[in-house]
Each structure stands twice: as C-alpha cells, then as structure tokens.
Ligand binder design. Structure first.
Ligand code: G4P
Length: 282
C-alpha cells in the first residue's frame, strides 16, 4: 500500500489533473477515499465508468450528488465509447482559470492527465479509447510499474499511458460483496454461492422484474436468496442426479450474467436520499 501510494503521488505530481474512475454500478465501493488524501487539492474529474451497465436514472443522480460535493463528474462507457469524447472539454473547463492565465502570458501549455482507479474498473479501456491506441493491459496488482509514456489526445491533452492502480478499500462486508458482484474481486477467494444468494436477494428487492424476465421466476420478492438460486438453477437445467440443483453452477451463471450486463442496467449503490430499503448510500 505504501508503494502504491508513493507511485500515485509521484505520477500525480507530473500531471495537471487526475481522472478518477469508479464503477457506476457501485460508485461507493469502487472508490478509495485515500485518493483524496493523496491528491489534496489537485484538480480531479470523477468518471462513472461502465455507466452502460448501470441504471440510467441513478447515473444522473450520481452526477448531481458529485456536483453537490463540489466534484466535476461525468458518466461514460469506455468500452462502447459513449461519453468519452466529453472528457477533454470537461478537463479544459475544470482547468479554465489556469489555461486563461497561461494564455495571458502568451503560453499554450499541453495539459497533462493520468487515470486512476481500482483493478478492472476500465482504466486501460479508457486510455485506449481516449488515445485511439492499444496500451498493454496493466498488471492488476497495485504498485506494479512499467516504463511510462505520454500519449497525445486530440485537443491539447497528454495522457500518461500507465494508470494509477488503487487497491479497493474493504472496511465492511458489504463493500467486499459489492466488489465481488461486479467482478472486481476474483472468484477464487469467494464463496460464489453465498455471493450469488446475496446478489439475488438485492435484485429481488430492487429490480425484481430483471429476475423475472431473465430467469422466468415469478414474484422473486417473496423468495429467499437461496430459494432464488435454486429456482434459477432449475430454469437453467443445473440439475444433478436425483433432481438436486447444482447451486454452484447456478451461482456461476448468475454472477457471469450480472457482470456481463445481461440482467439489465442495475445499480447497487445510491446517493443519500435516493432510496429507502437499506441498500448502500453515502
Ligand atoms: P482496468 O484497466 O481498470 O483493470 O480495466 P479494463 O480496462 O481492463 O476493463 C476491465 C473489463 O471491463 C474489460 O472486460 C473491459 O472490456 C470492461 N469495461 C471497461 N470499461 C467498460 C465500460 O464502460 N462498459 C462495459 N460494459 N465494460 C467495460 P473484460 O471482459 O475483462 O476484457 P475484454 O474481454 O473486454 O478484453
């Protein structure tokens, strides 16, 4: 952690602005508050990535909440590209005063930026989209380095080709679960059945129609997570001898399909005041 922090500090000292990526489906669990500590007053653009997989209404709520906190923010889909072309203009707007000051002195300085976020949040995808180049996939272990290069982005922006990799901050079980749902934590350290049951319980409460449509389970709200897992397993033919359900296989199917966005556009964390059923808020 100390090494990761030092690396991000070093790289941040070379840039004018940091592009902080979070996962629009879990904007609380996919951010690490330590970044604010590391960056201090360094200008920052908060990017809700994977917004194509998140609930569009809640995406808007998150943008509003970020603005309320004094943070410039936008939603994007680094894979499909939507929203990415707004980033250079947003950066120029955040750095407007500095750019104007430079212009008064007759200087036109290239703006330097870097991307930061937890593993799997879409850092490499965003760099590739912004620069039109394919950078090598960065090691998912925080702190791992490789040679750095600046890549030019049209519109007077230079982007560091090496993103800053933050570790996710686990201070409670719910954060761990939300990171697991989205695949930010590797499955081999998890009890996949338990994770799938938790996800199904949340979906049944918040997005029951997604379960009904995808798995043909009527009234999922009245079933427990485990009953839902069995019901989905039955529908998907995960049956072993004696009619027993292979719940491990059913769990893998549910997690894969949620992560691939096949259950619909689903957000699991909300800005404060936007929900009332015990789901996570800030
Ligand atoms: P990282 O550098 O932060 O570790 O993340 P990376 O860009 O490698 O993205 C992790 C996975 O998330 C990739 O899928 C990538 O395609 C997907 N992804 C990134 N941004 C978005 C987005 O905005 N929307 C959607 N729907 N997906 C996104 P993968 O299956 O792991 O790899 P691949 O098969 O796409 O190569």
């Amino acid at each position: 952690m100390a090494k990761t922090r030092r690396l991000i500090e070093q790289n941040a000292s070379m840039v004018d602005i940091v592009l902080e990526l979070c996962d629009a489906r879990i904007p609380i669990s996919s951010r690490n508050p330590i970044l604010s500590e590391i960056l201090g007053s360094k200008p920052r653009l908060l990017i809700f990535n994977k917004s194509d997989m998140a609930d569009p209404e809640v995406n808007e709520d998150w943008i509003g909440a970020a603005k309320g906190d004094g943070l410039s923010a936008l939603c994007c889909d680094a894979m499909g590209g939507s929203g990415v072309d707004r980033i250079p203009a947003m950066i120029r707007s955040i750095l407007k005063e500095r750019i104007e000051r430079d212009a008064q002195k007759g200087m036109t300085r290239i703006i330097r930026a870097m991307v930061v976020g937890i593993p799997n949040v879409g850092k490499s995808s965003l760099i590739n989209r912004l620069t039109g180049k394919k950078i090598a996939k960065v090691e998912d272990r925080p702190g791992v380095t490789r040679a750095k290069q600046w890549i030019h982005v049209p519109g007077g922006l230079d982007l560091l080709d090496t993103p800053g990799i933050l570790w996710p901050k686990f201070d409670d079980e719910q954060t761990g679960l939300h990171l697991a749902f989205t695949g930010a934590i590797k499955d081999d350290v998890l009890d996949v059945e338990e994770v799938a049951c938790e996800l199904l319980s949340i979906l049944a409460r918040r997005y029951p129609e997604c379960i009904t449509e995808r798995y043909d389970v009527p009234d999922p709200q009245i079933l427990s997570g485990y009953d839902l897992l069995e019901a989905v397993g039955r529908r998907r033919g995960c049956v072993i001898s004696g009619g027993e359900i292979n719940t491990e296989r059913a769990a893998a199917i549910i997690l894969d399909e949620y992560r691939a966005g096949k259950l619909g556009r689903i957000t699991l964390e909300y800005p404060k005041g936007n929900e009332d059923d015990g789901l996570r808020t800030i």
